[in-house]
Design a protein. Structure first.
Length: 99
């Protein structure tokens, strides 16, 4: 039970992906709604969600947003859940961008 957030795009193209139409979508072909980290927290709290779930596509490709949102979630006693393929590009990680 939680507020689920997602975006298009994935660093894999798994033929068995249950969210293929989301993860492989072209930005030109879908309606996109921007949601600030602050608004995401507000929505979770308004709906009594105990957690924010980053899902539907690969969340680690938009880690900057996740970091900002996760920090706010923690301050508001919300859990953070990532549904991920687990692949991390070493360059950003070792470049000091990820904790």
């Amino acid at each position: 039970n939680g507020l689920s957030l997602g975006t298009i795009g994935c660093n894999f193209a798994c033929v068995f992906c249950q969210n293929w139409t989301i993860s492989q979508a072209n930005i030109k072909d879908v309606q996109v709604e921007e949601l600030s980290p602050e608004k995401a927290i507000q929505l979770a709290l308004q709906n009594n969600s105990p957690a924010i779930c980053y899902t539907y596509s690969e969340p680690l490709i938009w880690y900057e947003y996740i970091l900002d949102t996760a920090k706010l979630a923690k301050k508001n006693n919300l859990k953070n859940i990532l549904v991920t393929n687990g692949f991390i590009n070493r360059e950003p990680y070792y470049g000091g961008h990820l904790p």
